[in-house]
Design a protein around this ligand. Structure first.
Ligand code: SAM
Length: 354
């Protein structure tokens, strides 16, 4: 993870000018690592679903600006690409090796239900529940996937004990005491030996080679989101704290993996190039929605106007198209186990990083 990402020298043709069309050829190759990792090895990720999401990413390339509900699909696609050499790219918790076993799975803040639906397809004997404050905009579900509208901060009424509780992209959703309560409910409703897994992105945009100017909109993004999140009482940098919070709730064997998420097709490595191509579209379509509320409520030195946010986002968009900025941000996956009733509590509080 700490190795610098090698830059693709072939990306820089003489006379290169930034325009959305320049990304098109990169987008058309997105399928390769997905198909290599998910389909060629005989897994049951439905190709139509992936195809659909790839088209959504392609749609975003050709229609810069807000794309209904595609931002989270692009994000799901980046997760899948970065794990595409694994037999199961959907989660790392060691459950489900025996596909026959009926698992009880819960996806908290399921959004469109993309993760829940894919897990239900991959584990047809299992029951996957997705829960969100809002109903998902989907018309078809696998029969073993149930989406429920509920507030996870209320007392949970599910009768089952879960083997796997998953959440993703929940940063900014809760204040610290709400996070503690949520992890505690996860612990209490988990079957002994069951696993919790969370995947979050960090807000700081970085480069390994100093190619991002310190006064750029990209460099400004992380500190600005962090400051607004702190003022709102909802940290935007929970990738730094989630391991400890999960451990505090009583989980053991806390493991974590940190990923670099490139912004753009600039990496030489094909998998990172594909992830960067989709990720940049995720940002193009999502960024205004992510920052509008925070900046107009908590922006510095005083709350920004909508117009100021539009101008800032336009600058960020143009920087995201610049192949000379070798930008990335990080994401982190944490997974941990609920101990068995007779298990001695662990002596060490250190996480193991992968
Ligand atoms: C950024 S979206 C992430 C969606 C999905 N996990 C994904 O990765 O595609 C966060 C989701 O959390 C949901 N959410 C926030 N607070 C919640 C709560 N108290 N109870 C249930 N869902 C909640 C939101 O409605 C939203 O759909």
């Amino acid at each position: 993870m700490t190795d610098p990402i090698a830059v693709d020298p072939d990306l820089y043709a003489p006379g290169w000018t930034a325009s959305p069309d320049d990304w098109q050829s990169e987008t058309t190759s997105i399928g390769s690592s997905l198909y290599r990792g998910l389909l060629d090895n005989g897994r049951r990720i439905p190709s139509d679903e992936l195809q659909f999401e790839t088209y959504e990413a392609g749609y975003a390339v050709n229609h810069p600006g807000p794309v209904p509900d595609s931002a989270n699909s692009c994000r799901h696609l980046v997760d899948l690409i970065l794990e595409s050499d694994r037999e199961n790219p959907l989660f790392r918790s060691p459950v489900g090796a025996d596909r026959e076993r009926a698992l009880q799975v819960l996806d908290i803040g399921t959004g469109q239900g993309t993760w829940a639906i894919d897990v239900a397809d991959m584990f047809p004997n299992s029951t996957v529940r997705g829960v969100d404050l809002f109903p998902p905009p989907v018309t078809w579900m696998p029969p073993n996937c149930v989406i429920e509208v509920d507030n996870v901060l209320e007392d949970w009424t599910w009768r089952e004990q879960f083997d796997l509780i998953h959440m993703r992209n929940m940063l900014g959703s809760f204040d610290p005491s709400e996070w503690d309560r949520l992890y505690q409910q996860c612990f209490d409703k988990m079957a002994p030996g069951g696993w919790i897994e969370q995947l979050e992105v960090g807000p700081f945009v970085k480069s390994d080679d100093g190619s991002i100017p310190p006064d750029s909109a990209m460099a400004q993004w992380g500190p600005m989101m962090q400051a607004c999140g702190e003022k709102a009482g909802r940290s935007c940098d929970i990738i730094l704290t989630m391991s400890d919070s999960i451990r505090k709730a009583g989980f053991v064997e806390v493991r974590e993996k940190t990923y670099k998420w490139p912004l753009g097709p600039w990496p030489k490595n094909q998998k990172l190039k594909e992830a960067g191509t989709v990720n940049v579209q995720h940002w193009m379509s999502g960024m205004e929605g992510w920052c509008m509320w925070l900046l107009t409520k908590f922006g510095e030195p005083e709350p920004w106007t909508k117009e100021q946010v539009h101008v800032y986002c336009a600058k960020l968009r143009s920087e995201l198209k610049n192949p000379y900025y070798h930008a990335y941000h990080t994401s982190r996956r944490v997974w941990a186990r609920k101990p068995m009733p007779d298990e001695t509590p662990p002596r060490s509080f250190k996480s193991s990083s992968q």
